[in-house]
Each structure stands twice: as C-alpha cells, then as structure tokens.
Design a protein around this ligand. Structure first.
Ligand code: SF4
Length: 334
C-alpha cells in the first residue's frame, strides 16, 4: 500500500511518527513537496474562502498527492493531542471538507485522535481502523506505540537549536546547516505549519538569519518550563498550541539574551486573535505581530523585519551606552 502524507498543518510535528507508524505496517509513505505557488493556488481555488491560509495550503498538498495516484491519504481528524487540551476546531472537519470539495480524492485515513480524557479513545479508534483494513489490532497498536518514539527523537533534535522543518530533515538523515549565533536573538512564535512552511512564512527564519539574528522557537525550549510559564495566567489556555505560545513568550520575555519577539499569525485565525493579544499585553520586550495571508508580498515582510531588527540594534546600543536623557526618554539622535 502507498499512503500519502500532505506536507501541511501538523505534518511538522508528527511526520516522523506517522511515517514510522506506516513503515511498521510495511506500507510505503510518500509526501507532497514543499509548498510552491502552484500548489497553494490550487488550494486557494478549491477551499472555501472562509478557510485560513494554512488550511487552503493543505488543500493544495492533498490535490498534489491525489494526482500522484497514492492508494490512501493520511488525514487524521485531530481533536486533542494531550489531556484537557484541544486543537483548533478547524482540524476536526478537514477530512469531511476535503471529501466534499475534491472530487475523486483517494480514500482518506481519517483516524480520530482525541486523547482529551485518556488514550482509550485513540486505541479504540486504532482497533476500528485495523479491523476495517483487515489488520491485526495488536499489530496496529504496537506500530503506533513504537512510532511515538520518533516524535521524541524530533523533539530532541529541535532542542539542539533547530526549527521543526530542519529537525525533520535531520531526522530523515539529511544534513542541515548548524544555526550560528547572531548579533541579535529573536524569539519567533506561531503555529508550526505557518512558521516552517517557506511559502506561508515567506522564509521568515532564513530572512532573520540573513539579517544577522539568531532565532529561538518554542521547540528549542524545555517544554516543562514552557508549561510552568503558561500556568502563570489566571486561566488555563485549553488550546495546546496557544498555551505553548503564551508560555514561550513569557519565558523568552525574561531571557536577557532575547532582544525581541515576533508572532507570525495567519489572517482569519480564530485562536490567534486571542492568544496574540494576550501575549502582546503581557510581554515587555519589543513585540511585532506579523499577519500573513495569500496576498502577502515578500517585500512587505522584508521591510518590516529589517525595521524590527534595526530597532532592536538601536535599542541595544542605547542600553549599552546607558544613554537615557534626564527627561526619561531615549536620545535617538546619539
Ligand atoms: S489555529 Fe488558526 S491558522 Fe491554525 S487551522 Fe485554526 S484558524 Fe487556521
């Protein structure tokens, strides 16, 4: 059997796990290539206009895989990947949306992943799928349990200072350039599928590095410390990604090595409309909210990044010079 995994949404967190799972069942795995304009254009034309940009891009990847004649497309119905927490509700409906809008789409493997209460639901779902495919439930459960190690491996790679996209490349045995230090350090926040997709983010990581800034993402930090920082909010954030972003922002805000924070959000993102606002109000370091959609242009993003980095460098120079005026304002002319 050949199963296609679209390079979109939680591909960037779980590709190693999902690939390992299917390989353990002796299935061949193929992925769509990195997003290009043609694929994104196909997704934009096919998806409902209300969908956010990353969902439209996902459609492009599914169309690409459908054209390659794969036997199945893996498109899990992600509800919850940890207890007492949820993923954006748009993820739940994606298998149904794809079936409704892409005629002739290959059969979808839409395992429902919901561990909000416990892992029981997930194992029942795996058993149901195993029976449907004529596989032994015990073999499928074992393949799933074995595959979770791959996520730990990916996390360990990222902890060494790599982004998720780079981490996946390293996990697959490719070489990645070791990220060097910069004269600035910028914390970069956002959903993995926006940050690591070169077309959605317009190459945010590379551009910052070209401008001399080292980047820090949540995957490079200790998850327990992120969780502890997020717990400082008076109310627990029940979105998995949102809580991680809040905790990361609060952690980086206290790190003297970090000069500023950038939050990349996609226009029309429901959870980010609240999370980005919470972070903006809580952090003291320079903060830039960068909103992208299918109409965003590279020139606009580059101009904003250059201005942000220039501002951080100027702020650092002034701080080093203790250049405060007696009136309590920075003397920008110095
Ligand atoms: S969290 Fe935001 S960007 Fe992600 S799928 Fe939901 S609406 Fe889209």
């Amino acid at each position: 059997m050949r199963v296609g995994i679209p390079r979109g949404l939680f591909f960037y967190h779980f590709y190693p796990q999902w690939k390992t799972f299917f390989n353990r069942l002796d299935w061949e795995v193929t992925t769509s290539p990195p997003t290009n304009k043609k694929m994104a254009g196909g997704g934009i034309l096919t998806a409902v206009s209300e969908a956010c940009f990353p969902v439209k891009v996902l459609y492009g990847h599914v169309l690409e895989l459908a054209g390659r004649g794969v036997d199945y497309i893996f498109m899990p119905r992600l509800v919850s990947i940890e207890q007492r927490s949820y993923i954006c509700p748009k993820f739940m409906g994606i298998p149904d949306m794809l079936r409704a809008q892409i005629p002739g789409i290959p059969p979808l493997i839409d395992l429902c992943i919901d561990v909000s209460r416990n892992e029981g639901n997930l194992y029942r779902e795996l058993d149901r799928w195993a029976k449907k495919m004529g596989l032994r439930p015990g073999r499928v459960r074992k393949a799933w349990n074995d595959s979770t190690r791959a996520t730990c491996e990916l996390e360990a790679i990222c902890r060494r200072g790599y982004t998720l996209g780079e981490g996946i490349a390293i996990w697959e045995g490719k070489t990645a350039v070791e990220p060097g230090p910069g004269d600035l350090t910028v914390g970069v926040l956002g959903h993995c599928y926006a940050l690591n997709d070169p077309l959605i983010s317009l190459g945010l990581f590379e551009r910052l590095r070209e401008m001399g800034a080292a980047v820090v993402t949540s995957e490079m930090l200790d998850p327990q410390k992120i969780e502890a920082a997020a717990a400082r909010l008076p109310k627990r954030v029940f979105w998995t990604v949102g809580r991680k972003m809040v905790g990361t922002a609060l952690m980086l805000d206290e790190d003297p090595e970090v000069d500023g924070l950038i939050y990349l959000t996609c226009f029309g993102c429901g959870p980010d409309s609240m999370i980005a606002r919470i972070i903006e109000h809580r952090v003291n370091k320079p903060f830039m909210l960068l909103t992208v959609d299918e109409h965003s242009g590279e020139a606009g993003v580059v101009t904003r990044l250059e201005a942000f980095c220039d501002m951080l460098r100027r702020k650092r120079r002034l701080e080093l010079a203790h250049n405060l005026s007696p009136y309590g304002e920075f003397l920008y002319s110095h």
